[in-house]
Design a protein around this ligand. Structure first.
Ligand code: ADP
Length: 269
């Protein structure tokens, strides 16, 4: 059963539009949107997140059109972590607590003990607890991303949408965040859809990938089905070698430098 369904979605800007994108994200899936720079990944993310209006098509969550839902209804079910977080002069703790707002009773402006407990739990889970008293503006890009994820988790959504959650992070923090998302996905059934440009991380963590190219859905399926050398060469116009990770059994993509390619070509002539 699909939690999220896109039917013929078109949206974008004057010079660029997504072209009738349709796909479904299964309940409990950990899915990734991949594609080259400028292919429309963030545009698609913004269309699903509701920050860019659809010019055509529909998006449904649990069968209900997102257009028919109030902001509050949406915020109780979908949490969004964007690439750039603007939270300025607010402490990390206050920022994470804001994730609880959609769950407050109407006209209630103060958080309950339960809100505080959940916010603390998510700060500890993500590793943002240690800088909870700092201002968001004082954090590094990676720390902001951890706080952004803590806030999204405090929302206790059914669907977590992330735009490049690991883009500002070194490999230790990349793996920390992706392991955390994997654990939440497996232990709580949280459905995750993230834009991720690193194909090897996408292959290692996602159970389903959507490959976008020039505003269209090129291929979708398991990482093994999507990350074939043919698909990658077709979309990225780059020669790659694909193999299987000997430990995880997931596909891995290797690049080949121009110098080596030239040597290979000379040897085969
Ligand atoms: P990706 O995330 O795959 O790198 P984007 O969805 O960000 O790609 O961009 C797709 C296309 O839309 C690009 O050609 C980009 O220049 C254009 N674009 C992105 N954001 C805007 C914007 N705010 N206004 C106009 N064009 C934009």
């Amino acid at each position: 059963m699909n939690l999220l369904e896109l039917h013929n979605v078109c949206c974008g800007y004057s010079q660029f539009r997504l072209d009738h994108i349709s796909f479904g994200v299964g309940k409990g899936s950990f899915a990734g949107i991949v594609g080259p720079n400028g292919s429309g990944k963030t545009t698609l993310f913004r269309g699903i997140a509701g920050t860019l209006p659809l010019s055509e098509g529909q998006i449904r969550l649990n069968g209900q059109s997102l257009r028919e839902m109030s902001l509050r209804q949406k915020a109780r079910q979908i949490a969004i972590v964007s690439q750039f977080i603007e939270a300025g002069d607010m402490t990390v703790e206050d920022y994470v607590l804001m994730g609880r707002i959609p769950h407050h009773a109407r006209f209630t402006f103060f958080e309950t003990e339960e809100d505080y407990r959940i916010a603390c739990e998510m700060m500890k889970k993500t590793g943002s607890w240690r800088f909870r008293d700092k201002l968001m503006s004082e954090l590094s890009g990676g720390e902001q991303q951890l706080a952004g994820i803590a806030r999204a988790l405090a929302q206790q959504p059914q669907l977590l949408l992330l735009d490049e959650p690991t883009s500002h992070l070194d490999i230790t923090h990349q793996v920390h965040i992706l392991n955390l998302l994997q654990e939440l996905n497996e232990q709580t059934g949280l459905t995750i859809l993230m834009v991720i440009h690193d194909l090897n991380l996408a292959a290692e963590y996602c159970d389903h990938l959507f490959l976008v190219n020039e505003g269209k859905l090129h291929t979708s399926g398991t990482p093994e089905e999507v990350l074939t050398f043919r698909n990658i060469e077709d979309v990225w116009n780059t020669v790659v070698v694909t193999q299987t990770n000997p430990v995880s059994g997931k596909p891995v993509v290797f690049l080949v430098s121009g110098k080596v390619m030239k040597k290979q070509q000379e040897q085969t002539l």
